[in-house]
Design a protein around this ligand. Structure first.
Ligand SMILES: Nc1ncnc2c1ncn2[C@@H]1O[C@H](COP(=O)(O)OP(=O)(O)OP(=O)(O)O)[C@@H](O)[C@H]1O
Ligand SMILES: [Mg+2]
Length: 374
């Protein structure tokens, strides 16, 4: 057992989330539409991919699970492409190779399916194409096949990750609304990490998905639970940690589970037979940010100067309750409107997030890096 980061977690490394697991399993069993909210790195993708979906597949002999991630989609074609690829993968997973050709004939008429065999590995793969050459298979036709053909014979589950990013593509919301409305009793899980965008799609009265589904919010891991998780992992090297210091650990990492795990991995690697105190925690963070420095430079290198300025100011003065307040703006050179635009862009691309305490950096390690180097 260790502290895992940068990848999705197996069930035994997921801390907390048993309530969320129960609600999701129950909702899926009952053909519900579920909307999962949760800040970055709260374990949404891990729970779905490595716990909920495998359970669904085990329970239903004829499971057909489509998992599609819409992170940073740019236009309707890129949305359709992601859906098509997810559909092809789902199809290959759902049917054994022996029955493949037959199932393709059963289910995919009209989608011009092609099977190719990889010359190196011998693995077969499926690709479907639109009627008109050069065009993407439409979103509507994929949902139609799912709803009208596949769901009549199979237990379908649809999981759409980082769904809020389709809101940057004007025509996408209407298309999805129509398609999802036709899914009847097929369970659908919609997930997102940018709450301000998801709320605009689901939680205001005239929003496109205003009456859609049941909300499930992934909250911060309770301090005691993560403390127990740490103790379990640290004890194998004789490292001790009090609840008080564990709370400091979690607060220093702004309760971001991935950052907490990065710190854990560092401590597990660099200490043994010791009581960890606050100074150890702070020194470890300092080493981590100096090791990962070039990564953070690259990360902010994509931003406009005004966005960098705002990000650095939020790192310094945050959490910031009101970015348009005089008190915050007086720290900056950019004009008022430019600042607000920068805040919006930073939030849309998950550099910052709004919490109860105000706007803060999503990545606490980046915050410490900026505090030290800017
Ligand atoms: N419940 C948890 N217990 C332990 N670690 C977690 C938990 N949730 C998230 N993490 C940490 O965050 C990382 C990312 O997890 P995951 O991708 O499942 O989260 P997510 O909510 O889907 O994030 P994102 O919003 O970025 O898509 C993991 O590698 C792990 O380090
Ligand atoms: Mg995710």
């Amino acid at each position: 057992m260790s502290f895992i980061h940068d990848v999705i977690l197996n069930e035994e490394d997921i801390c907390n989330l048993s309530r969320e697991k129960k609600i999701l399993n129950h909702g899926i069993e009952n053909g519900k539409k579920l909307v999962v909210y949760g800040r970055r790195n709260s374990g949404k993708t891990s729970l779905l991919k490595n716990v909920i979906i495998p359970k669904f597949e085990k329970k239903n002999k004829s499971a057909f699970v489509i998992f599609c991630d819409f992170m940073e989609v740019k236009d309707i074609d890129s949305i359709a492409l992601r859906l098509r690829v997810s559909f092809e993968k789902a199809f290959m997973k759902a049917f054994p190779k022996e029955t493949f050709v037959k199932q393709i004939k059963n289910f995919l008429v009209g989608l011009r399916p092609q099977i190719t065999v990889d010359p190196l590995t011998g693995e077969t793969s499926l690709s479907i194409t639109a009627e008109k050459a050069g065009q993407e298979v439409s979103l509507e036709s994929i949902f139609e096949i799912l709803g009208k053909k596949i769901a009549t014979k199979m237990n379908v589950l649809i999981v759409l990750d980082e769904f809020q990013d389709i809101s940057f593509v004007p025509e996408a919301q209407g298309l999805f609304r129509d398609a999802l409305q036709k899914m009847g009793k097929i369970p659908v899980v919609i997930m997102g990490s940018k709450k301000h965008l998801l709320a605009k799609m689901f939680a205001v009265p005239d929003a496109p998905f205003a009456d859609f589904g049941v909300d499930i919010e992934f909250n911060d891991i309770p301090y005691e639970e993560y403390h127990a998780y740490c103790q379990e992992r640290l004890s194998k090297k004789g490292i001790k940690l009090s609840l008080e210091n564990s709370t400091i650990w979690q607060n220093l990492m702004c309760r971001n589970a991935e950052a907490m795990n990065i710190l854990g991995a560092y401590i597990l690697e660099n200490f043994s037979n010791k009581n960890i105190n606050e100074l150890d925690l702070r020194k470890s963070i300092e080493s981590i940010i100096s090791e990962r420095g070039s990564r953070y430079e690259e990360y902010i290198g994509h931003l406009l100067t005004s966005e960098q300025e705002v990000l650095i100011a939020i790192a310094k003065y945050g959490p910031v309750l009101e970015p348009s307040s005089k008190e915050f703006i007086k720290n900056l050179k950019s004009a008022h409107a430019t600042i607000l635009k920068a805040v919006r862009n930073l939030e849309n691309h998950s550099y910052i997030e709004k919490t109860m305490q105000g706007y803060q950096l999503v990545n606490p390690m980046l915050k410490y890096y900026l505090l030290k180097n800017r």
